[in-house]
Design a protein around this ligand. Structure first.
Ligand code: MRU
Length: 358
């Protein structure tokens, strides 16, 4: 299916985008990641409820991408509130921010984007309705553009740490599909390629939602980058066999002490990397760093529906009587992280923790 946006150049800078705002500012287009890798299907949303649904259902996912989607949702709220007084506008925007932030609690980019939008709303609440809407569209597009620039910069910085001919292991999907475009962890892979070095990727399938098997493998294949999918329980074996040179993953929230919340399974991979003396890198923009959260233990971990674990493709794998535990994220302690790649360069977790490098 052709992308539905009407602008020649999507802000992602790629053939496809996780999310885009229509040029008229009245609709949000979401590439439905539930349909990948077999179908490229875009969904169109014209109100906040629709955008909140897309995030909750994980049609769009990945910390930076859901932050951008929330900002576009806030722009739709401003469109809906065009005829309202300043008080009515602020009430409508506050309700929209609450609805969007309640969708997924762990990725800090979501509340970060909503708070930027609320600050703008408060500053210009007295302006004319069309002007308020247009400013919110501009802010959201700016967040999108900045994210792509940040991904490219961290990709370039991180690529310097990856030697020519390396095989890099990544978990989940921290690519163009999870960001405004280009990707964080996969941005580093693209950075290695763009620097003229050869690189091969091992992608864990990432149970239960299978972001690695379905999304990372699709995205890298689209770019002609060599990718091999393994099941999550093969990581130790591949490391022991010397098949992996480094691990690069994304992040949903980095606490003030440098602990990193990311897709469930990341912590186990970090432990295995330490055991095998392999570098374990995190790639994330500064919008993922949360100075208000002191340590990883303070990060709220999203719990997801049991059906994600009990069923695959409609087929039931787990008996009805069994309980299911389905946390979407885990926390990797700062001590296991070799370096964090950001748009301001390669930093230690302690540098990120202290806000140095911003
Ligand atoms: O549950 P998801 O698919 O939203 O989780 C995504 C991840 O854990 C990513 O690694 C993280 O958001 C970084 S995306 C650049």
């Amino acid at each position: 299916m052709l992308p539905p946006w009407d602008s020649a150049e999507p802000l992602s800078g790629a053939r496809y985008s996780a999310v885009e705002l229509a040029t008229d500012g009245e609709r949000v287009f979401v590439l439905d990641q539930l349909a990948l890798p077999t179908e490229e299907r875009y969904r169109t949303y014209a109100d906040v409820a629709g955008v909140a649904h897309a995030i909750r259902a994980m049609e769009v996912r990945g910390a930076p991408a859901i932050g951008i989607t929330a900002a576009y949702g806030m722009a739709l709220a401003a469109a809906e509130a065009r005829g309202l007084s300043s008080g009515g506008y602020l009430d409508r925007m506050t309700a929209a921010a609450e609805e969007l932030c309640a969708t997924r609690p762990t990725a800090v980019n979501l509340s970060w984007a909503a708070s930027l939008s609320m600050r703008l709303a408060r500053e210009h609440a007295d302006a004319d309705g069309d002007a308020r809407w247009s400013e919110q569209c501009q802010l959201a597009r700016g967040i999108h553009r900045d994210d792509v620039v940040a991904c490219r910069k961290m990709g370039q910085a991180g690529a310097e740490r990856i030697a020519d001919g390396s095989t890099v292991l990544t978990h989940c999907n921290a690519g163009a599909l999870a960001t405004g475009g280009y990707g964080t962890a996969l941005g580093v892979i693209r950075g290695v390629r763009d620097a003229g070095k050869s690189v091969r990727v091992i992608a864990t399938e990432t149970r239960p939602y299978l972001q690695g098997a379905r999304l990372t493998a699709w995205e890298l294949s689209q770019d002609g980058i060599d990718v091999t999918v393994i099941s999550d329980n093969m990581v130790a074996h591949c490391m022991a066999q010397g098949q992996i040179a480094a691990v690069v993953v994304g992040a949903d929230r980095i606490a003030r002490n440098g602990d990193v919340a990311n897709k469930i399974g990341t912590y186990g991979i970090a432990c295995l990397a330490r055991q095998h003396e392999l570098p374990f890198y995190v790639a994330a923009p500064w919008s993922t760093v949360d100075q208000a959260t002191p340590t990883g233990a303070d990060i709220e971990i999203e719990q997801r529906d049991r059906a994600e674990l009990t069923h695959i493709g409609g087929r039931q794998l787990v008996p009805d009587e069994a309980e299911v535990y389905n946390p979407a994220f885990d926390v990797t302690p700062a001590a296991l992280i070799s370096a964090i790649f950001t748009e301001t360069g390669v930093l230690s977790p302690a540098d990120v923790a202290g806000g140095r490098g911003t």
